[in-house]
Design a protein around this ligand. Structure first.
Ligand code: FAD
Ligand code: UDP
Length: 377
């Protein structure tokens, strides 16, 4: 078999690149995927009870990028959805990201109002403060608040999710969920927030649905690379694996999902409830809240974090911290020495904690700068 491009991985990154190459350059692409489905970690499907679920945990699409939004909108209609999250703190369900409303959920009205005033004075309405910054800067009553939020919302969650304290990770990780000096309870504030109306899988299937694209499932690229002739390769798998772990393994975090069906209309108040403290799991997600599906009964997933072990579970999260970045950079130098014969992109190949919109933006960028440049378009 001869194709122009071999693309390893049928997640967001691989399929955006396949779609661009096929439709804009009229070149032939073979996408090879280890799993038995497309979509990577964004894969969704109807479970045995007819409820649409996200196989690898809740996926909420949000972006400020007009370009990404327009690009994906060619392949789907959208179901508008604003994600809201509660966290169980001292037996109470508290809005997260921690915000002015959360103060009133955990403290007496008088004390909450005092803390609100201090936050407004120091940071100004509408601003966001990462917990590590608040903890560094705060004094007096605000220091009490910083310690409270750090201990009750972040510390235990981080130990479970990463097996590390917040300080042992790049500040960008806890910075994803900063304290909001506002009453906006939404988990994200991006301009565009929505779920593909008929699911991520269908949207991605439509991208792959082009006469120049073939998708081979249940296959590792190493099984077929000698039998397929190709001019270029895009690799979206683990970068350390590509180079046979020459510089040692990069760490990843994995998750174990426990799905269950319940014969009630709704199990919890919102789509996601976080459990930062006592429980062994980090969060419970209920999919009907996200998809807006009307159906009898409801399905949820409980997430138990654990270390990634090659061959035993899946690599869901790169672990953003300095020592891992250094090791990744060694692999990046190897990748660069291949002189563009293989292009690396995606959450695993770039070893970056990308959201879906960032994965799409990265893939579009690789297409424009490294694939299409100098070719017909
Ligand atoms: P992946 O989805 O990991 O796809 C890579 C694919 O390559 C996989 O299917 C893999 O099987 C395949 N592959 C790897 N090696 C090989 C090989 N050797 N041969 C063949 N195939 C191979 N993002 C958001 O924007 N919002 C969210 O709410 C959100 N929630 C998330 C929740 C969880 C629990 C997780 C884990 C991620 C979440 N994300 C979310 C991130 C989102 O999943 C990623 O940004 C996106 O899926 C990245 O796409 P990708 O194609 O780079 O990687
Ligand atoms: N986080 C936390 N407590 C929470 C929610 C988030 O400590 O209740 C921290 C934790 O480090 C987590 C990070 O913020 O890994 C990012 O959270 P996000 O919800 O973005 O994680 P994801 O959906 O990517 O797993």
């Amino acid at each position: 078999m001869k194709v122009d491009w071999l693309i390893v991985g049928a997640g967001f990154t691989g399929l955006v690149l396949a779609e661009r190459i096929a439709s804009q350059l009229d070149e032939k692409v073979l996408v090879v995927e280890r799993r038995n489905h497309i979509g990577g970690n964004a894969y969704d499907h109807y479970d045995e009870n007819g409820i649409m679920v996200h196989r690898y945990g809740p996926h909420l699409f949000h972006t400020n990028s007009e370009k990404v939004w327009r690009y994906l909108s060619q392949f789907t209609e959208w179901h508008p959805y604003y994600h809201r999250v509660l966290a169980l703190v001292d037996g109470k369900k508290v809005p997260v990201p921690f915000n002015l409303n959360s103060l009133y959920a955990v403290f007496t009205p008088g004390y909450a109002s005092k803390l609100e005033e201090l936050l407004l004075k120091h940071y100004g309405f509408g601003n966001k403060v990462p917990i590590l910054k608040l903890r560094r800067e705060a004094s007096g009553e605000l220091q009490f608040l910083a310690e409270y939020v750090y201990e009750k919302v972040f510390y235990g969650y981080n130990l479970k999710q990463w097996d590390l304290t917040p300080e042992e990770l790049s500040p960008g990780v806890t910075g994803r969920v900063p304290i909001h000096i506002s009453r906006d309870d939404r988990y994200f504030q991006d301009k565009y927030q929505a779920i593909p109306k008929h699911g991520y899988t269908q949207m991605l299937q439509r991208m792959a649905n082009h006469p120049n694209i073939k998708v081979l499932l249940n296959s590792d690229y190493r099984e077929i690379e000698d039998e397929v002739k190709f001019d270029g390769m895009v690799y979206t798998g683990l970068i350390d694996e590509f180079f046979n772990f020459t510089y040692g393994e990069l760490p990843y975090r994995s998750l174990q999902f426990e799905f269950s069906y319940h014969s009630v209309d709704a199990y919890q108040e919102v789509a996601q409830v976080n459990y930062p403290n006592e429980q062994a799991f980090t969060r419970i997600s209920e999919y009907k809240h996200i998809t807006g599906q009307r159906a009898y009964g409801t399905t949820l997933s409980i997430e138990y974090p654990l270390a990634y072990r090659r061959g035993q579970n899946l690599p869901y999260y790169p672990v953003p911290r300095e020592e891992n970045r250094k090791r990744y950079n060694l692999y990046l130098s190897e990748a660069e020495s291949l002189n563009q014969r293989v292009l690396f992109a995606g959450r695993l190949a770039d070893y970056k904690y990308y959201n879906m919109d960032q994965a799409v933006a990265r893939a579009l960028g690789v297409f424009e700068k490294q694939v299409a440049r100098g070719k017909k378009s």
